[in-house]
Unconditional design. Structure first.
Length: 352
């Protein structure tokens, strides 16, 4: 049976999500003559992306933009087809979050040839030109998870890393940074890396296998909240879903900052997450599309919204938004400060 990993709220949002390959116009409050932009949602089967889907029309309305939206459902071929729909609809810019960051190059080249600016959200294309990447530092995600788990384990034992998709820059960044940090700072900790392709059932099955084969596993790093429900179910089945002070406790770090994660941290079911800014991804994807249409030019350096624009390769800029470590105690781990799970600044505390 495929494991369920949607909350009730996410399921409700899913019902509202546009179907792949079918563009829909969303009223954005811009009125007649408002600039029309296309936004492709990468998937609608996780709480994080359903939150992004919810935020996007809100910020479009604030900016006076009209939206055409599609959903590529984690399929780069559908994304390419959706872009064809946007072009036919004469959009002035496109925001997308390609999950396969290598295969999107031909689509980017087509949009570039038509002088339609592109902003990528959460992911950065391996090759190809885009106006701006709106993302957080995904290597920092892996570093923060490593410092937290390594500290909690006292530098001993073993951990399971439920990797995303290594075809994605995000999966590669989080994996490489976590492994590098463990090797340098906690060399006695053994890491069992498991590729999951961002799939909940695969993650749960591999975690169950590792817990059976390696009884010294005392930590789990989930590279996204897609694995949350399955991880908790497996730990419960193994009799390991114990409180933080129980010797049987397995320390769990997630990645997203969805409402369910914050509630689970407060309840002692998991221990930490890294909060990706779903709200700011939506806001600044649209902001940069509007800026591109207006011909504005950005340079590396600090922004007026507390982030940093960096040049990741010649001609490609990335606005790296803040993504804090979130814990139960708001402590400092390996020099990395954290916020408590109840902090009002976290977007996850305003949904769900």
């Amino acid at each position: 049976m495929k494991l369920r990993h949607l909350t009730v709220r996410a399921a409700a949002l899913l019902a509202l999500a546009p179907l792949a390959g079918c563009a829909s116009t969303t009223s954005a409050g811009g009125g007649a003559g408002a600039q029309v932009v296309g936004v492709d949602y990468p998937r609608s089967d996780t709480d994080f992306w359903n939150s992004y889907i919810q935020y996007t029309p809100q910020y479009a309305k604030q900016l006076g933009l009209s939206l055409k939206t599609t959903n590529s459902q984690n399929d780069v071929a559908k994304l390419a087809a959706n872009v064809q729909t946007f072009v036919a609809e004469d959009v002035k810019g496109v925001a997308m979050a390609p999950q396969d960051t290598a295969a999107i190059a031909p689509t980017l080249a087509q949009l570039n040839a038509k002088k339609i600016p592109v902003v990528t959200v959460d992911t950065r294309p391996d090759t190809g030109d885009v106006y701006m990447v709106v993302r957080a530092d995904n290597r920092a995600y892996g570093q923060k998870a490593c410092e937290f788990l390594g500290t909690k384990l006292g530098g001993k034992g073993s951990v399971v890393m439920l990797e995303g998709d290594l075809a994605s820059i995000n999966g590669r960044d989080r994996t490489e940074a976590f492994n590098a940090c463990m090797k340098q700072n906690f060399p006695s900790v053994t890491v069992y890396g498991e590729a999951t392709n961002w799939d909940a059932a695969t993650a749960a099955q591999k975690l169950q296998t590792d817990l059976t084969a390696h009884p010294d596993v005392k930590g789990v790093y989930m590279q996204s909240s897609f694995a949350l429900a399955g991880t908790l179910q497996v730990l419960q089945q193994k009799g390991l879903l114990a409180g933080p002070k129980d010797p049987k406790h397995v320390f769990v770090v997630s990645n997203d900052g969805i409402p369910e994660e914050l509630k689970d941290i407060a309840a002692g079911k998991i221990d930490a997450t890294v909060s990706q800014p779903a709200d700011l991804y939506a806001k600044y994807a649209l902001y940069y599309l509007q800026s591109a249409i207006a011909g504005k030019v950005f340079k590396p350096g600090p922004t007026d919204h507390g982030s940093q624009i960096v040049q990741v390769r010649p001609g490609l800029l990335e606005d790296q938004l803040s993504a804090p470590l979130v814990t139960a105690d708001g402590g400092t781990y390996g020099g990395i400060t954290s916020l408590t799970s109840t902090d009002s600044s976290l977007w996850g505390n305003h949904l769900g």
